[in-house]
Write a protein that binds this ligand. Structure first.
Ligand code: SF4
Ligand code: SF4
Length: 510
């Protein structure tokens, strides 16, 4: 049997392992956490599309079109057999699935479509068929493409099925062996030639600033021009953040008081270009907590987007470069403030397992990676918190909650601030639809999930939405806007920074 639940963040999967226990409060996939119990109780009677995921009306109809690929050009091409011998989905991992259906109520595509082949169980069935030498074709790829990679099925599975490894292997095969329709290929290529490169993003941001400053989007919307754009471009336009001047992160920041740790900070691609204030807040908080902070200026993309999309060679090249960059600086930890990036960097050991030069270095590197809230709870906080009387809805980013098992730490970090009132969001385990590039390549189901999340957020009555992933911020903001609503967004570290600096709550709510 393949090793279960090991490999991430240097975990051995052994509960007696010190590293496993060191991260106090972290809900790992092995834990009998409340989330799993909730999912299991919600799954009683699940097991067929009739049991779950009904009653979403319009959404269901729209999503059904998406799931069968309505309006999408089928290539008629495929591959036979479905998988080649380079990391096909692991048969042992597939056999771990006992078809119980406990994962179904937590799977956003199953909740939306009520279609077995768009559930984790259905996708695992398709992978198994692929190993049995059935072809990979337009339909099977469609079911794989519709998966958000949110990993809600991983945390809700009582049998410990490592769906994350299965879909990662499958996506690699799809990208290598399946010929996408030319327009689909071109759109994906455009995304991957732009988003992992901060310099290119900056260049693209310059005309977009003018677009926003002169309200061109509003004018085009009123004139009905935007409605005529293809759905994917409309989605990109709607997701565009409000662009402001980029704050540069200093290469070295001295600790305040006695030095407790020397840490590196990943500044990211989208984070650096569109949410640079989050990086500034991260550095200030770490320094206030006694850390010497290094933000290497030569750092590039961590490879998260490419990894999640199955672009293996590209993702490995980004991973190697990231390891080399941070290795040079003699760091105790590498701190990450974007959930998707942190989750991938904790996986480098697995991703580079075949590379004799990097396999060990990658494991060592991954063992040092921490989400910023995880890190703060681990070292114990010392900086004084000032009162911040605000009601915040905390949104779990999937790659933090499901992929890294980090739910308690950001909540604890926020609750340490006097005056903070944290509200939980209904259906917290269901993805908001952001999922890396998902909301750009699959705009219809992403919009349905975004609306569902925005409605649940509004029900909390909170004044601000707090979440740890830039993609979630953009998705929730766009979804609220579509509903004619607006709410301020903040990363937990921005809230903590405001408290440590004693800023008035009004500034945060701007
Ligand atoms: S993935 Fe897990 S929860 Fe889902 S059907 Fe298989 S064993 Fe059950
Ligand atoms: S990763 Fe998310 S969308 Fe994909 S099968 Fe699992 S729960 Fe469903």
């Amino acid at each position: 049997m393949t090793e279960r639940n090991g490999g991430r963040n240097g975990e051995s999967g052994n509960p007696n392992d010190d590293r496993y226990n060191a991260l106090d409060g972290t809900e790992r996939r092995r834990d009998e956490g409340t989330f799993r119990e909730d999912a299991m109780s919600g799954a009683i009677g699940a097991g067929s599309p009739e049991d779950v995921g009904q009653g979403v009306g319009e959404a269901s109809q729209l999503a059904e079109e998406a799931t069968v690929g309505a309006g999408r050009r089928e290539t008629g091409r495929g591959s036979f057999p479905a998988f080649d011998s380079h990391h096909p989905p692991d048969k042992d991992l597939i056999d771990d699935c006992v078809h119980c259906g406990f994962c179904l109520p937590t799977c956003p595509t199953y909740v939306l479509f009520g279609e077995e082949m768009d559930s984790p169980r259905g996708r695992i069935y398709l992978m198994n068929k692929g190993l049995d030498e059935e072809p990979m074709n337009d339909q099977t790829v469609r079911h794989y493409d519709l998966c958000l990679g949110c990993m809600a099925c991983v945390t809700s599975c009582p049998s410990g099925v490592q769906y994350d490894k299965l879909i990662e292997a499958t996506r690699g095969q799809v990208e290598r062996r399946y010929e996408r329709a030319p327009e689909d290929k071109a759109f994906r290529e455009m995304i991957f030639q732009l988003f992992p490169y901060p310099k290119r993003l900056r260049l693209a941001a310059a005309p977009l600033k003018l677009y926003q400053r002169f309200g061109i989007g509003e004018k085009l919307r009123k004139a009905g021009v935007l409605d005529k754009l293809p759905a994917r471009l409309r989605a990109m336009e709607a997701l565009m953040p409000k662009l402001s001047k980029e704050e540069r992160t200093p290469e070295l920041t001295e600790p305040i008081g006695q030095r407790r740790r020397r840490v590196g900070v990943l500044t990211g691609c989208v984070q650096r270009t569109f949410f640079s204030q989050v990086n500034s807040a991260t550095v200030r908080v770490l320094a206030a907590e006694g850390c010497e902070v290094v933000a290497p200026k030569e750092q590039g993309c961590c490879g998260a987007l490419s990894t999640h999309a199955g672009r293996e060679e590209e993702s490995l090249a980004f991973a190697r470069k990231t390891i080399e960059t941070f290795e040079r600086h003699g760091l105790d930890n590498v701190v990450v403030n974007a959930a998707g990036c942190g989750s991938t960097m904790k996986e480098y050991g697995h991703l580079l397992r075949d590379d004799p030069e990097y396999a060990e270095r990658a494991k060592e590197f991954s063992s040092k990676v921490r989400d910023v809230s995880e890190f703060l709870q681990e070292i114990g906080t010392v900086a004084e918190r000032h009162e911040l009387s605000v009601t915040a809805a905390y949104h779990d980013a999937c790659h933090l909650a499901h992929a890294q098992g980090i739910r308690k730490q950001p909540r604890k970090t926020l609750k340490e601030i006097p005056g903070m009132d944290i509200r939980e969001i209904k259906e917290a385990e269901i993805c908001c639809g952001s999922a890396g590039i998902y909301n750009m390549v699959e705009p219809e189901p992403a919009a349905e999930l975004g609306k569902r999340k925005a409605e649940n957020i509004l029900k909390t009555g909170a004044e601000v939405v707090v979440t740890s992933n830039p993609g979630c911020m953009l998705q929730v903001q766009a979804s609220l806007k579509k509903m004619g609503r607006e709410m301020p967004m903040a990363h937990p570290i921005e809230v903590l920074d405001a408290s440590i600096r004693g800023e008035p709550v009004e500034r945060l709510l701007k």
